[in-house]
Design a protein around this ligand. Structure first.
Ligand code: DX5
Ligand code: ZN
Length: 221
């Protein structure tokens, strides 16, 4: 398994002070910035796009930016995010007419490619593309909002995807997104995740370093 990554979702940050919020979570020990893009079409809710990603880079953010696209169509926004400084770009197979093509498009723009599986999406969607991916992101809530509770069936799904990744022999990250807290991250890690998105658990905490520290300790326990 790869090193642990904690990726705070800025969906729960104070958008009026976004640069400062990102600086603060990175200073507090976060590894990546998770950047949720919602279009009020593929998912309810509307958030931020490439301009905000570029603004964070101009502000001086050097940490990897983990772009989670919840938009349809996917392809035409990919080059904009690559130009805006995205590190990883992940998308939902239901939102792309040609999943293999979208993966190649992301990689051809110099970004790492991830596929996101909703709670009810079967893992067979990985069958013919797993080897092309840098990351698999399992949703443990239905996408659209922060602050929802972790759906327990995601644990069994993590175990099954972990097995497939290990069998592939490739360095593919297994990321989990939704309802991750300091008190359940231990069992989520034990099920096979190595990359953890947490929005409300981090940004609603009074002390970012304290909560990120407790999360890392629980993963290593
Ligand atoms: C949901 C987003 C998540 C969300 C997680 O659609 O993809 O990244 O911000 O928020 P929490 O950690 O509060 O469940
Ligand atoms: Zn997300």
């Amino acid at each position: 398994t790869q090193s642990t990554v904690i990726a705070p979702s800025i969906l729960s940050a104070d958008f009026a002070r976004l640069g400062e919020e990102v600086d603060n979570v990175i200073k507090a020990g976060a590894d990546w910035v998770h950047f949720d893009v919602m279009d009020n079409h593929y998912v309810p809710n509307l958030t931020i796009g490439p301009m905000v990603c570029e603004a964070l880079r101009k502000h001086g953010v050097s940490a990897p930016i983990d772009v989670h696209l919840m938009v349809e169509p996917v392809d035409r926004i990919v080059p904009d995010f690559a130009k805006a400084g995205a590190t990883t770009i992940s998308f939902h197979p239901e939102a792309s007419a040609h999943v293999h093509r979208t993966i190649q498009l992301i990689k051809s723009h110099g970004c790492k490619a991830g596929l996101v599986l909703n709670p009810a999406t079967p893992i067979d969607v990985l069958d013919w593309v797993l080897e092309d991916l840098d990351l698999v992101l399992l949703m443990s809530v239905n996408p659209g909002f922060g602050g929802q509770s972790f759906i327990p069936s995601a644990l069994e799904k993590l175990r099954r995807v972990r097995e497939r990744i290990d069998r592939s022999g490739r360095e593919i990250r297994l990321e989990i997104d939704g309802g991750v807290k300091a008190d359940n991250i231990g069992e989520i890690a034990a099920a096979g995740a190595d990359t953890f998105v947490a929005g409300s658990a981090i940004f609603n905490a009074p002390d970012y370093a304290d909560v990120i520290g407790r999360m890392k300790a629980a993963v290593d326990a």
